[in-house]
Design a protein around this ligand. Structure first.
Ligand code: XMP
Length: 327
């Protein structure tokens, strides 16, 4: 077994050489821990689980089974990227589950934010457990736990087990190869493992996904407007040098319509709110000063390209008084 805790004198992994040394050490440790047994991993496409997958593919290849659950609340292109990177390029054993209808049916008509979160979290575990039961001989469960998760759970700030909550009869041994790393170190390691830059350096994305950006009861048309407007925002930020510079940016489509004019006719359609914030720890946040011309271009593209939208607003609220997400 590798280190259980981060050694006090551990050098921060900031260079390719240090990352390579860590990767080599972990591959050896993973081979020892797993032997010829099978490992299961919930692969979201986020940085931590992606790095864990890439490490395990190098260490035990086809003994790793990755399960990617699409809850229908992912951003545009995300499930496709997970399939292309892990199944097509890295030749991983990947089970892709499109559970969109299942999640959206359960969420239909649910307006309370915490109930929405609980449904999404609960359903995720159920879908993942169902897939796990279909597989024979799994003995290990891999998780993208990182060092701050362990520190926070020790301080009682939050529970760190991503897949904690699996049914009791599924008591797998945990495999947590990045648990002594800080987030910036996970990114350096991910780059050396050959993961794409937009996966390694991606902005934070909440577990309940676009569900929290479709305030109130989620409907498929509003969700589609969130997904499409978010894709335009990300594309324009990348083109204009803001990707990697602004900490988090996204769109929200609240549950109200306003009057407008489109193609010379009265329209009554959704509003897209753009949010772009900077922070170091997400406890407080300031608003990004988006150039006015870029803002005008975003409004033009979103109102022309996103179905059912006739108005775009920019949220100038720092945290506090607003939180980063809307619910
Ligand atoms: P707030 O909205 O509280 O968000 O200012 C702070 C940071 O946390 C993210 N966030 C979440 N992440 N599950 C997550 O995994 C959640 O339920 C959740 N809610 C907020 C948010 O995107 C921001 O980066």
């Amino acid at each position: 077994m590798a280190n259980d805790r981060r050694p006090d004198d551990m050098v921060r992994i900031t260079t390719p050489e240090l990352a390579d040394a860590f990767i080599e050490e972990q591959i050896k440790a993973l081979k020892e821990q797993v032997g010829d047994k099978k490992v299961l991993l919930a692969l979201s496409g986020g940085v931590d689980s992606s790095v864990v997958a890439a490490l395990l593919i190098k260490a035990v290849g086809q003994q790793l089974v990755c399960v990617h659950v699409n809850h229908g609340l992912l951003r545009k292109g995300e499930p496709e990227q997970v399939i292309s990177v892990f199944r097509d390029q890295m030749k991983a054993n990947l089970v892709y589950v499109d559970a969109t209808d299942r999640f959206l049916d359960k969420l239909a008509g649910v307006t309370d934010p915490e109930t929405k979160r609980k449904i999404i979290g609960g359903e995720f575990i159920e879908v993942f457990a169902e897939e796990a039961r279909k597989l024979d001989g799994i003995e290990f469960l891999a998780q993208g736990t990182i060092w701050p998760d362990i520190l926070e759970s020790e301080k009682g700030i939050k529970a760190h087990h991503n897949a904690g909550g699996l049914p009791e009869d599924m008591n797998f041994e945990l495999v947590e190869p990045v648990k002594i790393l800080f987030k910036d170190e996970v990114r350096v390691v991910g780059e050396r493992l050959g993961l794409p830059a937009n996966m390694v350096y991606r902005q934070p994305f909440p577990g309940p996904g676009l569900g929290v950006r479709c305030p109130g009861a989620i409907t498929r048309d509003r969700l589609e407007a969130v997904r499409e407007s978010d894709a335009i925002l990300r594309e324009e930020f990348a083109k204009n040098g803001l990707e990697g510079k602004v900490w988090q940016y996204f769109t929200v489509v609240p549950d109200f319509k306003s009057t407008g004019i489109k193609n010379g006719e009265r329209s009554f359609e959704w509003v897209v709110i753009i949010r772009a914030v900077n922070t170091t720890d997400a406890m407080t946040a300031t608003v990004e000063n988006i150039p006015f011309e870029l803002m005008q271009h975003l409004v033009d593209r979103i109102t022309k390209e996103v179905k059912g939208v006739n108005r775009v607003l920019y949220d100038f609220t720092p945290k506090p008084s607003g939180t980063i997400e809307y619910e």
